[in-house]
Design a protein around this ligand. Sequence first.
Ligand SMILES: [Mg+2]
Length: 219
Amino acid sequence: MTTSTTQAHRIWLFDLDNTLHDASPHIFPHINRSMTDYLMRNLGLDESAANALRIDYWHRYGATLLGLMRHHGTDPDHFLHHTHQFPQLKQMLVFQRALAARLRMLPGRKVVFSNAPRAYANAVLAGIGLDRSFEAVFGIEQLGLQPKPQTRAFRHVLHALRVPAHRCVLVEDTLPNLRAAKALGMGTVWINRGSTHPACVDVKLRSILDLRRATHLVR
Ligand SMILES: [Mg+2]
């Protein structure tokens, strides 16, 4: 197999929030507020009880939605729609303008693998100029509502792409997701500015713009 053929067989799985853009300054606070409002309206809770329940379900199930479905019969489409409304999305996005060009230079297939709803993922990608950078976008609906780091989330993506795990690299900011990817045999790239380097991480990058340093990762 030639080098170029090997490179073309790589599959890059990109997380979205805090990997391809910085969701911490504006987007995550807005989503958290929207979820707390949703719990207040739909479960009749006051603000502090709604906020506590949102966080409790997130810790216990990996997503607030899963706790709501299990304990309150919440309709997932209704919840995802009402908690991901961004009238001011453009002004809230924090991202690196050079990323689209860097991704074009990266050999291999590229997809987005996010725990967020797909409509939101597509809106963010359009807003940061990456709407033509990926062959597919997997949101929580395409994962059977099973978020990373659940193995079933990864199986949904591998099955849809018809590729083995060992040809994939997960690029992520969230360590438990990388640990799950490594256990399945994937390469792993951690976007992180800290000084630790856990065993489940193949390559740690301070910035997504340095991605070419990771191109040796996939067989
Ligand atoms: Mg993330």
